[in-house]
Design a protein around this ligand. Structure first.
Ligand SMILES: O=C(O)c1ccc(O)c(O)c1
Ligand SMILES: [Mg+2]
Length: 614
């Protein structure tokens, strides 16, 4: 598939955008008019620069408000078009996007529209260029892709075709199946965009909230399948109007963009396969190694210059120290199948921070190859000859992700590189596993992280929640596997903290069988719990009919509680060391959540503590 991207997606000058697109591996670009008009480069410079970078210039856009106008305006519009056709000659671009009139149209009859588009097509023919006509979802008379295409067919001129843009189709919830009926030679250009489902007027939604494929909720796999079936083999180009991407690091956004097209091709091919087709269409959707979801967490790693506070915390929670690795400056702490690695190689002065998460996968090499094809940077790792080799990739938030060999019983062979667990230490309720890991994401990389974890790691994004906190509404995005063996929670890092320091609070949660026993033992050992305000327990008593003795236990141990139709949830948090805190949870029955009603309490208490210790 020929990959493309509109320059409007990116920050920077036209030449910075072109460099970034070439480096990210795009085949071609759409030149957005504003980017040319404001550029110091002449059209000839742009043409040469693109050729030097190996980029094709696939589209000039947009040409607005041409059709459905009165005769005087039509004459003016044709003059305006001739000037742009001439410019395209100098740029070496053969196709221009003309979007349906949103402003100046006064005539909506199909025969009038067709007659005017016919004049434009003839003029384009005279200049040796082609017009791709696109229905904008908020077009005055033409807002629907099938209508636009009927006009193109009525005109029946070789220099007029259709531009399909997935946003304008899917935002209106139109069926994409009719795309298949279009003649491929009449589809001149295809733009793809995803978006979160929002209740917003479609123009504002389109201009500010589009995201790269895989970062929103549109059914793009199906769109691609229908497109492939037409026989279309032109560019598939990203046109993402997004306020965040347009002010973010251009090179990074371009890579995120390219990852989305790699993912999109696989999704399209998978959709066709699901329909029982091995696709052999001209569009050639590239596939990737298919890997099953990870089956569980293998370990979590915390990096610290001074490891003592973290060691104390783990010991008080009931973890066993398995000592140091025989060749590396790392320690292993375990409780049941929950494994925490403390990496002692952090730069001095930096407090403990989550640095890596290991996932159990069926085939680490294949999973790593897939991630690399999705443009995940590889993490170099030193290993001795007789040690397990980990496949590591770097996530957008710079957490190192290790793809580890999963085992049926949840054990990990590499733990033999450490000491044995002390014999005879059996803790009641401690057949623990890592339940979830919560990673903070800076706002400008949140969408990128969602695509990364879903495409490279096969985690499924759930609808996100918004948690009220003293630093704002915290977007909280759960990404998990179907059997919940892996639950990753991405939380928006508070802006206030982003200004002050680069470390955001993150945590690892462990699931145990008997939380009350664990909490009691931890209290005896002097664990510093996150203190929960009395008001919380008063509210809890009002919301749930709890036995007074049970309520006292919760209050006494700083435990939080939730219940739904499926079951119950008990949990507590430790104090924060550096930027890490730990959580212990017990899931009773089929409870599948995270204690969402309790999250605002946790945020508020932690905020209070930060204010008093800052
Ligand atoms: O928002 C717009 O005006 C606009 C312009 C060109 C496009 O291709 C498009 O999809 C939207
Ligand atoms: Mg468009």
């Amino acid at each position: 598939m020929r990959t493309g991207i509109a320059t409007v997606c990116l920050s920077g000058t036209l030449s910075e955008k072109m460099d970034a697109c070439a480096r990210a591996g795009f085949d071609g670009i759409e030149i957005f008019e504003q980017d040319l008009v404001t550029s110091a480069l002449s059209p000839g410079d742009v043409r040469r620069r693109a050729a030097d970078l190996g980029l094709t210039l696939d589209l000039y856009q947009p040409f607005r408000d041409f059709d459905g106008v009165d005769d005087d305006l039509l004459a003016a519009n044709l003059r305006r078009a001739a000037a742009k056709f001439d410019l395209m000659g100098r740029l070496g671009i053969d196709t221009i996007l003309v979007c349906s009139n949103v402003a100046t149209a006064t005539r909506g009859e199909d025969d009038v529209l067709a007659a005017q588009l016919s004049q434009l097509a003839r003029l384009a023919g005279d200049h040796g260029v082609k017009v791709a006509y696109e229905a904008l979802a908020w077009g005055k008379y033409v807002s629907d892709f099938e209508h636009a295409h009927r006009l193109v067919e009525a005109v029946d001129h070789p220099n007029l075709g259709t531009c399909l843009d997935s946003f304008h189709i899917l935002s209106r919830e139109w069926d994409t199946a009719p795309i298949e009926k279009m003649e491929a030679s009449k589809i001149f250009f295809v733009q793809v965009a995803d978006a979160p489902k929002l209740s917003l007027d479609v123009l504002s939604w389109s201009r500010h909230y589009r995201v790269f494929p895989g970062e929103g909720q549109f059914e793009l796999a199906k769109f691609m399948g229908h497109l492939a079936r037409t026989g279309y083999d032109g560019p598939v180009s990203l046109e993402i109007f997004n306020d965040v991407f347009r002010q973010s690091d251009v090179a990074r956004t371009a890579v995120d963009a390219m990852r989305s097209l790699v993912w999109l091709q696989e999704q399209g091919a998978a959709w066709l396969a699901g329909e029982g087709e091995t696709h052999r269409y001209p569009l050639q959707l590239d596939t990737l190694p298919r890997v099953p979801e990870p089956t569980g967490f293998n370990f979590a790693e915390v990096k610290a210059a001074d490891t003592s506070a973290l060691e104390t915390l783990l010991g008080q929670l009931g973890f066993s120290s398995r000592g140091r690795h025989r060749t590396k400056a790392v320690q292993l702490w375990t409780m049941g199948q929950a494994r925490v690695v403390i990496n002692e190689t952090a730069p001095t002065l930096s407090g403990p921070a989550i640095s890596a998460v290991g996932f159990d996968v069926e085939n680490p090499l294949l999973a790593s190859s897939r991630a690399q094809q999705l443009k995940a940077p590889v993490v170099p790792r030193k290993t001795q000859a007789d040690e397990e080799v980990f496949q590591g990739i770097s996530a957008p938030d710079s957490t190192e992700i290790f793809l580890c060999q999963g085992t049926p019983d949840g054990t990990a062979a590499w733990t033999a590189e450490f000491g044995q667990a002390p014999a005879g230490r059996s803790i009641k309720g401690a057949s623990a596993v890592i339940d979830h890991v919560n990673l903070a994401q800076p706002w400008q990389h949140f969408d990128e992280a969602v695509l990364f974890y879903s495409s490279a790691l096969a985690l499924a994004p759930q609808p996100f929640a918004e948690v009220p906190s003293p630093t704002g509404l915290v977007r909280s995005q759960i990404m998990d596997t179907a059997d919940r063996g892996v639950r990753l929670v991405l939380n928006l890092a508070p802006l206030i903290q982003q200004g002050r320091s680069k470390t955001y609070q993150e945590h690892i949660a462990f699931a145990v069988d008997d939380l009350v026993s664990i909490a009691r033992a931890a209290k005896k050992r002097g664990l510093q719990f996150l203190g929960i305000p009395a008001n919380y327990y008063e509210d809890l008593a009002a919301r749930f009919d709890l036995e007074p003795g049970f309520l006292d236990t919760l209050r006494d141990l700083n435990l939080l509680y939730d219940r739904d139709a499926q079951g119950e949830f008990l949990h507590f948090y430790t104090a924060t060391v550096g930027s890490v805190f730990l959580e212990m949870v017990e899931r009773r029955g089929g409870y599948d959540g995270y204690g969402a009603p309790n999250a605002p309490v946790r945020h508020a208490v932690q905020y209070d503590l930060r204010q008093t210790t800052a």
